[in-house]
Design a protein. Structure first.
Length: 124
């Protein structure tokens, strides 16, 4: 598992323009399995913990409304950053990614995240 996560982190940092930080966390427990940041003051595990509450709230809303739906991703646009929460198909894990909005290529970023979220559900 650690080789997979190391490779994941290296590819995200190398291939995502404007990379700031990334974390992979389990939704049920909140455990972060991997995190990395390009900025010394940006704690991706802390950010992931707060964003876990966003994911749980949305999953609860979907359940309360009786919707037969699942979350693909949640995007939060700040003034200078974009935060993407990409939920695995089985709703067990999510990837939290922060990028600089002036440098981000969202098409490339989402394509990479979609590739990895499938692998994460099968390997963690």
């Amino acid at each position: 598992m650690s080789d997979f996560l190391k490779k994941f982190g290296e590819e995200i940092k190398k291939n995502v323009p404007g990379f700031i930080a990334v974390a992979i966390s389990e939704i049920k427990s909140g455990i972060s399995y991997y995190s990395d940041s390009a900025l010394a003051g940006f704690d991706p595990e802390l950010a992931s913990a707060f964003n876990l509450e966003v994911v749980k709230a949305k999953l609860n809303a979907i359940s309360a409304l009786g919707l037969n739906e699942s979350i693909d991703d949640i995007m939060i646009t700040l003034s200078n950053q974009i935060h993407i929460i990409d939920v695995s198909d089985n709703n067990e894990y999510f990837i939290y990614l922060a990028v600089d909005s002036s440098k981000a290529n969202l098409g490339m970023t989402k394509a990479l995240l979609n590739k990895y979220k499938k692998d994460i559900a099968g390997r963690l």
